[in-house]
Design a binder for this molecule. Structure first.
Ligand SMILES: [Ca+2]
Length: 410
């Protein structure tokens, strides 16, 4: 059964948003979502009960699942404001493979080495790759989500923007409850119903989740990450992952490389790419792992990648090239690899990543909370800029720029 999360469109996105120091206050967990009265929602639930019963959900399961459930306006608010789609590859990778996420990933690889080794032996997915999925999806279990899944999914199904999709997810969630894998009050997740350490949506859970520790329940919600990490490996394995093969690697494109050769569906062998002047960014010879595509999502003047079969397997988990590169690069870093060698060109404000980091560092030193210095300009950095501009008597725009950086350097 093929389960794509594309229609869903978040997956890593939700956790990345939460992890973005420049974009969100760090450490400050958002207030828990509370249901509000909504007669339209109540009428929808009444009709849904009939449809759910027709799909085999027992009345007592339905009754228990909806006890205390309700309409969550914050879920709709989140659904309408998904900035993740517009993040540049540079910002995305800066967040996905931040120093902190890499360091924690290396620590988790050590701490859970035995478990990850058993998972690799059973499913054939390398420990750093499973660790990277864990890191991107939930910050290694720190952001598993505390939104009640039945409330979230019923709110989105009632709202109707993608009503059929979310009603299907809601039915799947009720099947999970009916199976007895988890109690309703423990079935929490992201605002859009992605659950546990590896942020499975309910249909993915039904298709791929496994009971790795053998206690009779497929528990992806508990502190113990074993079932969840094995479930992610099972997902990749059944999507065609090949053990011992890399996802891809960063490459350097030759001067004048034809952009028409870039992208999925334009695969060539390593020898052909080498003949066209494509080289590993780290030097040496291109490895040969079968048909490979060149990707350069930020243009030929930015870091480029040669990707193999396993890259497209990652996209079965979450159908986004940025996500695939995020998982691939983070897994390489967790395994001890270096940062990207290529540089991204300056952004629309003429600033490089180094400029943006310096801006955040100088704002912090000047006493403003820029939300860290990851080089990603988010709400906190903009607020810090506005505060500095106000104090300095500059026009208050909240926008970064080289003139502002020069002002801070004085
Ligand atoms: Ca279990």
């Amino acid at each position: 059964m093929r389960v794509s999360r594309r229609v869903f469109g978040i997956g890593a996105a939700a956790s990345l948003l939460g992890a973005c120091s420049g974009g969100m206050p760090q450490g400050a967990a958002p207030a828990p979502m509370r249901p509000v009265a909504n007669p339209g929602y109540d009428a929808w639930v009444a009709g849904f009960r009939t449809r759910a019963a027709a799909k085999g959900i027992a009345p007592q399961v339905l009754a228990r699942a909806f006890r205390g459930a309700g309409y969550l306006p914050d879920v709709i608010e989140r659904d309408r404001n998904q900035t993740e789609f517009t993040r540049s590859l540079e910002d995305y990778l800066a967040i996905a493979a931040s120093d902190e996420r890499v360091a924690t990933g290396r620590a988790m690889l050590q701490r859970h080495g035995a478990l990850l080794g058993r998972i690799e032996a059973k499913y054939g997915v390398e420990a750093p790759v499973v660790c990277a999925v864990w890191g991107l999806e939930s910050r290694y279990g720190q952001r598993r989500g505390d939104v009640p899944v039945v409330s979230a999914l019923s709110t989105l199904a009632y709202d109707g923007r993608r009503g059929a999709f979310f009603e299907n997810q809601l039915i799947a969630a009720l099947k999970i409850l009916q199976n007895g894998d988890v109690a309703p009050e423990r079935m929490t997740g992201s605002w859009a119903g992605a659950m546990g350490h590896t942020q499975f949506i309910p249909t993915s859970y039904l298709a791929y989740a496994v009971d790795f520790n053998g206690d009779g329940r497929r528990d992806i919600w508990s502190e113990d990450p074993g079932d969840a990490l094995a479930s992610a490996a099972a997902y990749l394995s059944r999507s065609g992952w090949r053990h011992g093969q890399p996802w891809g690697l960063e490459v350097a494109l030759p001067e004048g490389f034809d952009p028409g050769r870039i992208g999925r569906g334009k695969e060539r062998g390593a020898g052909e790419w080498a003949a066209l002047g494509v080289r590993p960014a780290a030097g040496g010879r291109l490895p040969d792992h079968g048909p490979a595509a060149v990707l350069a999502p930020a243009g030929v003047a930015a870091p480029a990648f040669l990707v193999f079969r396993n890259f497209w397997v990652i996209l079965r988990y979450n159908n986004s090239e940025k996500y695939g590169l995020g998982i691939g690069h983070l897994s390489d870093r967790i395994a001890g690899g270096p940062p990207l060698r290529g540089r991204f060109p300056p952004d629309a404000q003429g600033m490089t990543l180094a400029d943006r980091k310096e801006l955040q560092q100088r704002l912090t030193r000047a006493g403003y909370d820029a939300g860290g210095s990851d080089g990603v300009i988010g709400d906190k950095t903009r607020a810090a800029i506005a505060g500095y501009q106000r104090k300095a008597g500059l026009p208050v725009t909240g926008e970064p720029g080289m003139a502002l950086l020069r002002h801070l350097r004085r």
